[in-house]
Design a protein around this ligand. Structure first.
Ligand SMILES: Cc1ncc(COP(=O)(O)O)c(C=O)c1O
Length: 457
């Protein structure tokens, strides 16, 4: 991939603005998923490519992609320009009207999904994409229940939060008909498996028994992150996705693939389910939800790619769902520019190559040096380091270690992504071999410092 990005010094900002940004945030802004009192947010002034800049003149390498969404990198000039042009031409339009840019965006997304897909319904983000996919599945099947895995995150709206398997579900359990099961995870198997193949087989058996015990005639959909992301980048073992497809066919259940985090380049594929390594027979989901990487989050947007079964079902019947900003022109323009630039610049191919040749080998080399790294897993620019106090027991490290690692990484000018006992290595898809090398040094230094301080190695 051509790299004409400058790695020179950070752009000039006024440090006084940094102080003001921090003070305004603390006084007036209420943050997600947090007790507000203890927050000390990192202040970002501007960003470009894989770098973010502070008001004090520091440059950080962004190996978080913010919330794993800046797949094309920060401030891609073509995407920025498309948003500016669109804002001048038609900054908003009601969802009932047609607009050229919305049609162009939908056409491109359908093309990337490949044969068998027909239309796109646009939402404001990932949660409402899942919400509406669930609604579609319920209406098309006349059934109610939705099965999803414990290790998952599907969003923060009513049904999406109840589909979520992790702790964020519990204070929000008011939506009906959501049933959880365990998906495959060979490193921390719930099925006493010895191999990925056995994990796949046993996880599928558990899923089928869950379907039978719930009553197949009551189940509308199985909602699955193709590669559960926040839960730890859990690449499905061989045969799992094909097995889910077969169970959905056997019991006439809709397979909803949540590709909000995994889609649009993250795994080195346009959609993660298209990866020949995890889905060699190309088993196709019925509905695909997307957000984040579709336009790298420059304008909030998400959506559902559907098969004709759904688009045709609602040819004659009213679809009882909608959003004021469905297919918003600024979002649509950013999608068109982003997909075109990602295609022209080989961004998805770059993600795959970086994963195979630089990130994967780099992280495995780190694991040889640092016993705290229990497992390295991932593909493309979607990796997790599962950190343990003991490699035999696989006891996860605690919050203190993760906190210390985050500070060490920040002090080495790397913006990290941490979840539970893990560091996720999730740079933009445009990351270069040089940037990966710089990041590996930062991870190495941080692991060495934390292991020494906490007597871990
Ligand atoms: C897999 C997955 N689904 C859904 C969502 C929710 O998306 P949003 O925050 O845009 O509503 C997320 C967000 O991180 C996600 O990772």
């Amino acid at each position: 991939m051509a790299d004409d990005r400058s790695h020179s010094s950070a752009p000039a900002h006024d440090p006084a603005d940094g102080t003001r940004a921090y003070d305004l945030d603390r006084e007036f802004v209420f943050h997600s998923w947090s007790a507000q009192g203890a927050l000390k947010p990192f202040v970002i002034a501007s960003a470009a490519g894989c770098e973010v800049y502070t008001y004090d003149g520091d440059t950080y390498l962004d190996f978080s992609s913010q919330l794993v969404n800046t797949n094309i990198g920060h401030s891609h000039p073509k995407v920025v320009e498309a948003i500016q042009r669109q804002a001048a031409e038609l900054a908003t339009v009601a969802p009932a009207h047609a607009s050229l840019v919305r049609g162009e965006a939908a056409k491109r997304i359908v093309a990337k999904a490949g044969p068998g897909y027909s239309k796109v319904f646009f939402t404001n983000g990932g949660a409402d994409a899942n919400e509406n996919a669930i609604r579609m599945a319920r209406l098309a099947t006349g059934r109610d229940k939705v099965l999803s895995t414990y290790r998952s995150y599907h969003g923060n709206t009513g049904a999406a939060i109840v589909s979520t398997g992790d702790w964020r579900r519990m204070p929000n359990e008011y939506s009906r008909g959501h049933v959880h099961f365990f998906g495959p995870f060979p490193y921390r198997s719930e099925f006493w498996s010895d191999s990925p193949e056995q994990e796949s087989e046993r996880a599928l058996h558990h899923l089928e028994r869950t379907i039978q015990a719930q009553g197949p005639q009551t189940i509308a959909a199985i909602l699955l992150e193709t590669v559960p992301g926040t839960a730890g980048v859990l690449t499905p073992p061989p045969g799992y996705l094909e097995g889910v497809r077969a169970l959905c066919d056997r019991y006439d259940i809709v397979w909803i693939a949540d590709e909000v985090m995994a889609g649009f380049g993250r795994t080195g594929e346009w959609f993660a389910w298209q990866g020949a390594d995890i889905n060699p027979t190309g088993a196709r989901p019925d509905l695909i939800t997307f957000a984040k990487g579709v336009n790298s989050g420059y304008v909030p947007v998400g959506g559902i790619v559907m098969t004709p079964r759904f688009s045709e079902h609602f040819d004659e019947r009213v679809f009882p769902g909608g959003l004021t900003y469905s297919g918003h022109p600024l979002a649509a323009a950013s999608i068109v520019a982003s997909i075109d630039a990602m295609t022209d610049e080989g961004v998805v191919e770059n993600a795959k190559l970086m994963g195979e040749q630089h990130i994967g080998p780099g992280l495995r080399a780190l694991a040889e040096q640092h016993r705290m790294i229990g497992e390295v897993r991932g593909s493309g620019v979607f990796w997790a380091l599962d950190l343990v106090t003991d490699r035999d027991t696989r006891e996860p490290v605690g919050a203190e270690i993760i906190g210390a690692l985050k500070s060490e990484l920040m002090s080495r000018k790397l913006l990290p992504f941490a979840a539970d006992n893990r560091i996720h290595v999730v740079p933009p898809c445009i990351v270069t071999a040089d940037e990966v090398a710089v990041a590996m040094q930062a991870y190495d230094g941080a692991f060495t410092a934390v292991a020494q301080k906490h007597g871990l190695n």
